[in-house]
Design a protein around this ligand. Sequence first.
Ligand SMILES: [Zn+2]
Length: 553
Amino acid sequence: MTEPQLARQLIQVGLVTNQQVRHAAETRRPGIGIAQALVESGATTAQAIQQVEPAAFTILPQNVQAQGIQSQGLQAQGTATNGATDSGSAVNGAAAHGAAVHAAAANSAGTALQTVEAHDAVLDAETTNANVGLGTGGAVIMDESGVTFDGEARGGDLDDPIMGTIVTYCNELLKIAVGLRASDMHLEPREHGLLPRYRVDGHLRSGGLIPKELQAPIVSRFKVLSNLDITENRLPQDGRFRATIGGHVFDFRVSSLPSIHGEKIVMRLLDRSALVTDLAQLGFAGKTRAHFMEMLSRSHGIILVTGPTGSGKTTTLYAALAAARDETKNVITVEDPVEYELEGVTQTAVQSDIDLTFAVQLRAILRQDPDVILVGEIRDGETAEIAIRAALTGHLVLSTLHTNSAVGAVTRLQDMGVAPFLLASSVAGVLAQRLARLICRGCKQPLDQNSEEYKDAVIRLRVQPGTPMFKGAGCELCSGTGYKGRLAIIELLSIDSEFRRAVMARDDADTMRRIATSGGMKTLWEDGIEKMTHGLTTAEEIGRVLLGSQEED
Ligand SMILES: [Zn+2]
């Protein structure tokens, strides 16, 4: 007995109505069978259901659907072109959701592909004896999807109805991610399904749980796109693909990680057209911007960008590179990995599996007559040494370091064994940064100075009472979050003669910090508070991003 058959039987004996079945299917929790859902929704009792069908409560919601389709004679089993699905039932499960995908695709609000919709559509179609087949539905959606993949003429094998459905489903997921301006999309295997989660402005948002039987084919689809080995599901892998979505070209950097409930896929979305290469747009203003531009115009020296993971170092580096490049210069990068392709720049990537490290690649680059070199990250003394020697011999070198503050970068390089005199003579400047969420322009309003929230913020941030603060009330533009976009909070250390002396004398970090601030460096904290009072970001964001992270290193 399948779930739709059970529903049909219950309706036929007059125990429940078609509407009650639909309602129960719509509102049930993932993994709950229709019998249990009917009881929980108050439509009938467990006893009554068991009188009609004693085994009603043992019918599983998902497998049942797959069998239901099978019994309708769909000759789909084992024909999926990727050949990667674990079982025929998974493929059939996918087939069952053809109608559901159509429903979800038609739903332009589309914040999530709702499981309940999927269940409902299938159940509804079956209880009314409609044709759940995929033939037309799938094909129509494909034409509307507006998603094309590089090296794949038609976005997948659409002659195969099941693959067509999975392709559509995957396209919808990508479109949702793009629509939300997500930086990453996660497909997280849970016990009862696959949970899509989207990182928007640094924060994760969950979509609707995708039925478990779609997990394997969806994961396989993305693995195929990313050139991963689909027969390997025990080891982590990484790859990438490129897709055009709504006229924009996106690069997706994909990684898979086997977990106890299956492979988890995480995709980083890189929107080539949205790469901000304008320093002003990133949050650089006034003197800071002028100083940074001056550093970038130099013909030699090293400029370092520091900050924790996710602080936007790479974006700033690319913007810096865009500012420093011109047709008269040979610009070469070594990255791990290449995130965005930049016009007029030779970009290379490290490859740890063949021992092509930053240090090895950097040596090769120096034989290529470079003017400007971008080193993705300085992780070890060897790379630091080569980068600094390059900076001393007529090259402008840009790189990142994993430290919290600008001064911290100098002490970190000393710890890596770089001699003080090399440091003092090569480092042109160090930029420390964090990313804070921008208040949504659509719903920005001043924070009421009599509110608890305001008073708490004054105490927490130790600012003067009366300091202006703002927040977003939440509107359609920002999906009710009050934030839209991000900006950099910046601290720029330009190395002057007094700071150089301190480096040579191996002064401690506190002393160097004092020298830097008395030399006019605006600290991360000062920049953050300034951006808060100007209504660019909130006290909450400043607290989250800056408190407790500035004095270490
Ligand atoms: Zn808003």
